[in-house]
Design a protein around this ligand. Structure first.
Ligand SMILES: [Mn+2]
Length: 304
């Protein structure tokens, strides 16, 4: 069966600490994202860009920067992703900053409730994105979407998914984490989030990490991948506002993507935080497309 894929552009940096990820969707298009997916047998529709509010670039208010605009953008993303899922298509959200993971994943969770599916979320990121307005050092909401999905955040954000919490923390696996704020660290521990940090990957290897992260899924599981490109080591992916050294290498990241593909369960995807203003000759978008080819089953050899 041909897989039907829809690309949704969300050109905003409304939740970020650096301007530029508003250009992320266009960088992916310039890197031939749609044509590359089609070369692997997918049928791709680019739905164009969502049109949300401009970034007013204000300081935090009550611990949040741009809360109202973040809510508006996430509502747009929620509706767009949900519409594609209801059409039986696989939505790919092209960010945009990672605050939009809330709108995307809450839509996926709503769809799973309607369809009677189980949900597994893989959060590939250097950061846990589990801040609250009291814990955050910056007020940037792109550090908060996982907490919001789990029901910790401002009412108008956490209610977008139609049920609070939108997601049970037990459904989430975080991979590649290497930067967590002090208060956030305690909160992640308290909630019992399953985190495979870089030390775990160093000690146990990416293969073992992914075996655990992908365990206990079944035929009825919807697998969502939320891919923040700062997951990748900063040496190979410089075009991000929040680079952190010591991330997965090219080969480790490829293995991660290939093992996800092997499950055959991938049903929705976010590609977030590409910042062309900080990039070098679009290499981060090109790398992201390369990684996503593997996520959709590109492999060197025919494999059994
Ligand atoms: Mn992130």
């Amino acid at each position: 069966m041909t897989q039907l894929v829809s690309l949704i552009g969300a050109p905003t940096d409304i939740g970020a600490g650096a301007k530029g990820s508003r250009m992320g969707p266009e960088a992916l298009r310039v890197a031939d994202f749609a044509a590359t997916l089609e070369s692997h047998g997918l049928q791709v529709e680019d739905r164009g860009n969502l049109a949300g509010p401009a970034n007013p670039w204000q300081p935090p208010d009550g611990g949040y920067r741009h809360l109202q605009q973040v809510v508006e953008w996430n509502r747009l993303v929620h509706e767009a992703v949900l519409a594609e899922l209801r059409l039986g298509r696989l939505p790919i959200l092209m960010g945009g900053d990672h605050c939009l993971g809330l709108g995307s994943i809450s839509a996926v969770a709503r769809h799973c409730r309607e369809a009677g599916k189980k949900l597994r979320v893989l959060w590939l990121d250097a950061h846990a994105d589990f801040n609250t307005n009291e814990l955050t050092p910056s007020g940037n909401i792109h550090g908060m979407p996982v907490a919001c999905l789990c029901g910790y955040g401002p009412k108008e954000l956490i209610e977008i998914g139609g049920q609070v919490p939108a997601v049970n923390p037990k459904w989430i696996r975080q991979i590649g984490i290497r930067s967590v704020d002090p208060g956030e660290k305690r909160f992640v521990h308290q909630v019992g989030l399953e985190v495979f940090d870089m030390r775990y990957i160093d000690e146990m290897g990416m293969r073992h990490t992914m075996e655990l992260a992908l365990a206990t899924m079944d035929d009825n599981t919807h697998l969502h991948v939320s891919f923040d490109v700062d997951f990748l080591d900063a040496d190979i992916a410089p075009g991000v506002g929040t680079t952190v050294p010591g991330g997965p290498t090219y080969r480790e990241a490829q293995l991660c993507m290939e093992m996800i593909a092997d499950t055959g369960r991938l049903a929705s995807l976010d590609v977030m935080e590409i910042n062309p203003a900080l990039d070098v000759r679009n290499r981060t978008a090109i790398l992201a497309v390369d990684m996503i080819e593997s996520l959709f089953g590109k492999s060197t050899l025919m494999r059994r």
